[in-house]
Design a protein around this ligand. Structure first.
Ligand code: FAD
Length: 258
């Protein structure tokens, strides 16, 4: 299967973004904004401000933002979708939001397996929907988990009997202190229940992309009563596939919106 790459528009349009923050200043290609209201970037909509704010769309611009913060002695906060972040006070440093939303598929050595690599800025649910739409098995139980791909390994997201670590191949991360890029395996990430190496090394790395394995050999997981009950009621006698399971997860998670 040939590599396939595509991007999606970010949910916040440039027009909307331009309404926030007091100044835009491009420094060596990096656009920094200052005194930026974080409300629109977090689920809880708190109105705390970031002293400095950068949106980066590549590993190069991410490294540049980190370098700038190091030079200025600013602390760094990696912001994903802001769904698991409580920001109690104004943040005195640089908040970095990754907006690269590239998804790439590659056939693994074994013809049964496909590897998908998603940039940190991809919405997690959009990634799941993309894989399901291609009839690829593996992420369907993780449908509708809020947030972005970059944050998913931090707490080893999981739901309905599947965790990220069950599908994990590797990730790329920038080690902030050294400015070095690392490719980390599952062993390096020390995944545990809703936990990982990154939780124990808070604020030391920024994850830029995650690679996961997909394929029917991973099996389907319908053991949770809520899922099996939904499938038995709505699709009696039918052998479920990834799409059906994703549909069931979405219905169970958001019964009034699906
Ligand atoms: C309604 C609701 C339902 C949820 N259901 C589930 C569930 O079923 N299963 C589950 O596991 N979780 C669940 N969560 C938790 C949440 O979805 C996850 O924690 C998710 O990974 C957060 O992603 P985010 O992009 O919003 O991260 P944020 O809230 O932006 O950040 C979370 C943490 O990760 C760090 N971070 C973010 N991006 C990066 C990066 N690129 N590199 C390094 N660190 C980074 C942040 O600094 C912060 O410490 C739920 C949350 C909500 C609000």
């Amino acid at each position: 299967m040939p590599d396939l790459q595509h991007t999606r528009h970010d949910l916040l349009s440039n027009d909307k973004l331009s309404r926030f923050g007091t100044s835009n200043r491009a420094v060596n290609g990096l656009t920094l904004r200052h005194d930026v209201d974080l409300g629109p970037y977090t689920s809880f909509g708190f109105s705390q401000k970031a002293a400095h704010f950068a949106e980066v769309d590549s590993e190069e611009s991410l490294a540049e933002a980190v370098q700038r913060a190091q030079t200025e002695n600013w602390p760094i906060l990696a912001l994903g979708g802001g769904s698991n972040l409580v920001i109690a006070n104004d943040y005195p440093g640089l908040v970095i939001r990754q907006v690269d939303d590239t998804i790439t598929y590659q056939q693994a050595g074994d013809a049964l397996e496909t590897h998908v690599t998603a940039s940190a800025g991809v919405s997690w649910h959009a990634l799941v929907m993309d894989t399901v739409s291609r009839a690829l098995t593996g992420l369907e139980n993780l449908s509708l988990i809020p947030g972005q791909v970059g944050a998913a390994p931090v707490q080893n997201i999981g739901a309905y009997g599947v965790e990220l670590c069950d599908r994990f191949v590797s990730l790329r991360a920038l080690h902030i202190a050294s400015g070095k890029w690392q490719t980390m395996t599952g062993k390096d990430c020390q995944f545990a229940y809703r936990n990982s190496y990154f939780k124990h090394h808070d604020g030391q790395y920024i994850i830029s992309s995650v690679t996961l394995r997909l394929g029917t050999h991973l099996g389907l997981h319908t053991g949770y009563a809520a899922l099996s009950d939904y499938l038995a009621l709505h699709h009696p006698g039918e052998e479920p596939d990834a799409r059906r399971i994703s549909e069931a997860v979405c219905a169970v998670r958001h019964p009034f919106t699906t």
